[in-house]
Design a protein around this ligand. Structure first.
Ligand code: A3P
Length: 272
């Protein structure tokens, strides 16, 4: 609902660019784009068009808050501004920087099964490299080093949710970070969005009629303002098959980490 205004266009009267009231901080491949696009159905939400990377990239942070505000959509006073940058969740500095901007900001974190997330992360990098005509390797070569699980693989590190979450909880109370179940959002988006509306103190405006299941894509797509649209083809791509033994090793590795996360946030997810 936010209005993107080109350099030669005047912004709609009564609108302005404002700092975000809420940020989707991650996790990368958790369903962050789906969450933002679905939230943007709400008439009181203005979503930033691109990933901003303000708090996680030093060169952007050095440009200052006016630069950051300049990337926000034009919005009406009754609207809230939301930006999403999945890199924030695993950034060492993002939590304290965001807290310094606005200690009472509402944060949204969408998570999915950590092992699935690793494969999704790999798949994204795989396709990016293919497009850039760079060499690609099978996932098992990245997951395994010298016969053991390569726990230094970045995609695995990013799925250690409790480690990153601890860093956020040093700066924000748990109640200020709303967890969205990404696996549920895929199967049945509305209940998750209702919870997000409540968390953001928005009146319930997103409805079942805003979603329809697209058989070809195999995902829910969005119907809003008389238009129907699915997410970009890079969202919801088939994953490569992973060697069963390696996958079991990966899941076994995550199990204690997942339990630490459940304990930390006082909530259980049904990750395998
Ligand atoms: P896969 O591409 O691995 O299936 P992000 O936007 O954070 O990169 O997350 C991408 C993930 O969003 C996709 O991962 C997909 O599972 C998930 N997703 C959730 N709802 C979706 C939807 N309605 N359409 C497409 N992808 C969706």
């Amino acid at each position: 609902n936010g209005t993107a205004v080109g350099p030669s266009m005047a912004p709609p009267p009564g609108t302005s660019q404002r700092m975000p009231h809420s940020i989707i901080i991650g996790v990368r491949k958790g369903g962050t784009r789906a969450l933002l696009e679905m939230l943007d159905i709400h008439p009181s939400v203005a979503a930033a068009a691109t990933e901003v990377h303000f708090f996680d990239w030093d060169e952007n942070y050095a440009r200052g808050f006016d630069w950051y505000r300049g990337l926000m959509p034009y919005s009406y006073p009754h609207q809230i501004t939301v930006e999403k940058t999945p890199g924030y969740f695993t950034s060492a500095l993002a939590p304290e920087r965001i807290c310094a901007m606005n200690a009472s900001i509402k944060l949204l974190l969408i998570l999915r099964d950590p092992a699935e997330r690793v494969v999704s992360d790999y798949t994204q990098v795989y396709f990016n490299r293919l497009e850039a005509r760079k060499p690609v390797r099978p996932i098992e070569e990245l997951l395994v080093r010298g016969g053991a699980l390569n726990t230094r693989y970045k995609a695995i590190q990013r799925s250690l949710y409790h480690l990153h979450m601890r860093n956020w909880l040093r700066h924000f109370p748990l109640e200020q970070i709303h967890l969205v179940d990404g696996d549920t959002l895929v199967r049945d988006p509305l209940p998750e969005l209702r919870r997000v509306e409540r968390f953001l103190e928005l009146p319930p405006r997103i409805a079942a009629s805003n979603f329809y299941f697209n058989q070809t894509k195999g995902f829910y797509c969005i119907r809003s303002d008389g238009r129907e649209r699915c997410l970009h083809e890079s969202k919801g791509r088939p994953h490569p098959p992973v060697n069963g033994t390696v996958l079991r090793q990966l899941r076994a590795y995550f199990r204690p980490h997942n339990r630490s996360f459940y304990k930390l946030v006082g909530r259980t997810f049904h990750w395998l």
